[in-house]
Ligand binder design. Structure first.
Ligand code: ADP
Ligand code: MG
Length: 283
């Protein structure tokens, strides 16, 4: 059963495009990692899926609920650990969780046992009564994961769950995520910069690059102006277009002959210029 499904999910900020036609299908119980450099759009994708940010276009379903038309239903079935700190440092771990248990509408009789159980599950029972500002980074991350899972959601979104942690704290967080997955069969969509983290925790990964998200080519009509200008002088534009004609028979602009003529002229100009500069500047 597909739990997270996106179809051409797109988010623009003004003329710049943060997430470009993202297509994902994540099955129940799967852990899926989105990798990519800073600014690739990972957090923006997660914010759209958690209904915190409206999509510019495209669709997404979480457990069959539409993020645009059924946001409340989506919120009931997800847990979310944001990239930035989401617990209150002045409260104890226990107080933070009790607050969230009430926000999640957990019946009041069940709140305390659920919180105590969850703290024990994440190995935080000894620290439950300490204020969070006395916690280590790894303990805070574990508390945030505990908080996001209090209502036992089937889907968990983790935005860079181990950022800034030392290797031992990282490993403890990893162990608890794996335990969560095993115990509750939670479907996980996470972002990370760490290959070994994705490898250790996830069944599948996708890579979001800075300019090309899921489609082969960044569509020219939604490029920011500066990128449009560069693309006219970039031999790669003509080479990819030409290769696409040869391989799948469609073109985004010119005929094959035009593509390769322009490619040859630009490449020759770049080689000549490079040779000239080499002689003038280096020799
Ligand atoms: N609220 C916002 N307003 C304008 N631009 C934004 C906003 N949020 C994110 N962006 C831009 O969207 C792009 C993707 O950002 P983000 O999703 O945070 O990337 P990542 O999480 O992969 O590092 C960046 O270029 C960022 O500057
Ligand atoms: Mg981010």
């Amino acid at each position: 059963m597909v739990i997270v499904e996106t179809k051409k999910l797109t988010r623009k900020f003004g003329s710049s495009i943060a997430v470009d036609s993202l297509d994902l299908n994540i099955e129940a119980g799967e852990a899926f990692a989105l990798l990519g450099p800073n600014g690739a759009g990972k957090t923006t994708a997660i914010k759209m899926l958690t209904t915190l940010l409206p999509a510019t276009s495209g669709e997404a379903l979480i457990c069959g609920f539409n993020i645009r038309t059924q946001p409340n239903k989506v919120r009931n079935v997800i847990g979310y650990v944001p990239q930035m700190l989401s617990v209150d440092g002045a409260l104890t771990g226990m107080e933070n969780l009790l607050l969230f248990a009430r926000l999640y509408d957990i019946p009041s009789k069940e709140c305390k046992p659920r919180v105590l159980d969850s703290l024990a599950f994440m190995g935080l029972d000894d620290a439950a009564k300490k204020p969070v500002h006395e916690y280590s980074g790894g303990m805070i991350r574990r508390l945030e994961i505990t908080q996001s899972m209090l209502h036992r959601p089937p889907v968990l979104f983790l935005d860079e769950p181990t950022v800034g942690l030392d290797p031992i704290a990282c490993k403890t967080v990893w162990d608890h995520i794996l335990q969560l997955k095993k115990e509750y069969n939670t479907t996980i969509l996470m972002t990370t910069h760490l290959m070994d983290e994705a490898d250790h925790l996830c069944n599948r990964i996708a890579f979001m690059s800075l300019f090309f998200a899921s489609n082969a080519i960044y569509p020219i009509d939604i490029m920011p102006v500066w990128l449009k200008i560069i693309s006219h002088f970039n031999p790669l534009t003509y080479m990819i277009d030409g290769m696409r004609v040869l391989m799948i028979g469609t073109t985004s602009g010119f005929s094959l002959l035009t593509d390769y003529t322009v490619l040859t002229i630009i490449s020759a100009a770049l080689v000549t210029m490079g040779g000239y500069l080499y002689k003038r500047v280096i020799i």
